[in-house]
Design a protein around this ligand. Structure first.
Ligand SMILES: Cc1cc2nc3c(=O)[nH]c(=O)nc-3n(C[C@H](O)[C@H](O)[C@H](O)COP(=O)(O)OP(=O)(O)OC[C@H]3O[C@@H](n4cnc5c(N)ncnc54)[C@H](O)[C@@H]3O)c2cc1C
Length: 387
């Protein structure tokens, strides 16, 4: 067992910090106030070659594992870019994993290099208003018409759809009644053709600069060449990407929590009340110490899950646990950071209220804490399925 970063991993951390350095707290505060996708940040990471960190070398990526990708995303969030920074590139890092595993050589050659270069931006179209977490009940319908599929339906919460030119779309190719098990849904990676797709931004709690949207699809024509793998098998392809995605968002949550803890600790050292720094009070120290422990423990689970994934071993329990623990530890650290700042914790210029708003994202998405508890209870503890 080895808990230390390798020299290569340490280099990754330092290199990411260098790319992130010009995008300081004021940059993210302005993005949070004004909105507007952080194109400059996305481009800086693309130009330095980081968007392909986990993509195959044959297509211009670095061919590294989820461990390194998680380190990258953790570092981005921990610099204070938080979820605003991480979400701006999140989809590039592992979102196209189903394409890497199940796409043809021709598709990978067509799709991966522009994504790695930052020329293409992809969004991930799964969630629907009526299906919620019950993905097998998706209604968006893709009907074959010669060399095309014609799609009608609705998606919700689709992040970056304002700026993306591509969508990884899960749609029904067989009616629910005719589908057995996980079959009946197909996966497409295609142009987000705005003449048939309307994208309406959702006004939301945080991460204003990375949009999330309602998406109305009315007659989108998808060439058959843009279907990933076999028809009706899309759900099983998506499943392959779920564990890495949970690991990445967990790493981002730990990074965000550490950014909040760093600001709170600094403030506790500097702020003097009753003629001494507030950090001399155990009432301030102990919650900070506890937040540190929570984040450290969660990070160990992130690293374990990433290690198992990169070794090709089962990691669903660990990936889910990492996502749950990291999100909760992050939320606790952000809340503690606000308390530490007192009234100033509520002021935007101290940044921690922004972190707290962003900490809700890894708690709620891409899967809820309740569903993770259901999963662990059923699949790890062997208890009866509760739903
Ligand atoms: C900021 C943000 C960005 C997002 N980006 C994307 C994106 O890019 N692409 C995309 O496809 N989706 C995206 N999502 C959607 C996200 O994945 C879903 O919101 C999430 O999966 C939960 O689904 P839902 O909101 O429909 O909740 P619902 O399914 O409506 O569930 C509501 C609540 O009920 C609970 N619940 C339901 N059934 C059970 C049960 N059996 N046992 C216990 N509790 C239960 C849930 O845990 C949850 O708390 C995003 C969401 C957010 C907030």
């Amino acid at each position: 067992m080895d808990f230390l970063w390798s020299p290569e991993q340490e280099q990754i951390r330092q290199a990411i910090e260098r790319v992130c350095a010009p995008f300081d707290a004021d940059y993210w505060l302005e993005r949070d106030r004004e909105g507007g996708f952080p194109h400059a940040f996305h481009q800086a990471l693309a130009e330095a070659g980081w968007l392909g960190i986990a993509m195959p070398e044959a297509f211009g990526g670095a061919g590294l594992g989820i461990g390194e990708a998680a380190l990258m995303m953790h570092t981005i969030a921990a610099t204070g870019a938080g979820l605003s920074g991480a979400s701006a590139v999140h989809m590039n890092i592992f979102g196209l994993h189903p394409v890497v595993v199940f796409g043809s050589q021709e598709q990978k050659q067509r799709w991966l290099p522009p994504l790695i270069a930052g020329k293409d931006q992809a969004c991930f179209g799964v969630t629907e208003p009526d299906a919620g977490l019950n993905t097998l009940k998706l209604k968006t319908r893709a009907v074959r018409d010669g060399g095309h599929y014609v799609v009608h339906g609705q998606k919700v919460w689709i992040s970056t759809a304002q700026v993306a030119n591509k969508i990884l779309l899960l749609a029904r190719t067989k009616a629910v009644e005719e589908s057995s098990g996980t079959e009946g849904l197909s996966l497409f990676y295609t142009d987000l053709d705005r003449s048939t797709v309307e994208v309406r931004e959702i006004d939301k709690l945080g991460r204003k600069c990375v949009d999330s949207n309602q998406v109305f699809i009315d007659g989108l024509r998808i060439p058959v060449e843009d279907r990933v793998g076999e028809e009706d098998k899309g759900f099983s392809y998506i499943l392959h990407g779920l564990n890495p995605e949970r690991i990445l968002i967990a790493a981002e949550a730990v990074g965000l929590g550490r950014a909040a803890l760093a600001r709170a600790t600094q403030y506790a050292k500097e702020r003097v009340v009753f003629e001494r720094p507030i950090g001399m009070n155990q009432g301030i120290q102990h919650p900070l110490a506890q937040a540190w422990m929570g984040l450290e423990a969660a990070h160990l689970m992130v690293q374990k899950a990433a290690f198992l994934y990169d070794k090709g071993l089962p990691c669903a329990a660990e990936a889910n646990a990492a996502k749950f623990l990291a999100a909760e530890a992050c939320a606790k650290a952000c809340e503690t950071a606000i308390f530490t700042h007192g009234g100033m914790g509520y002021a935007k210029e101290y940044h921690v209220e922004r972190y707290m708003r962003e900490s809700w994202i890894p708690r709620l998405a891409p899967v809820s804490p309740q569903m993770i508890l259901n999963f662990i209870a059923e699949k790890v503890l062997g208890l009866p399925r509760s739903y």
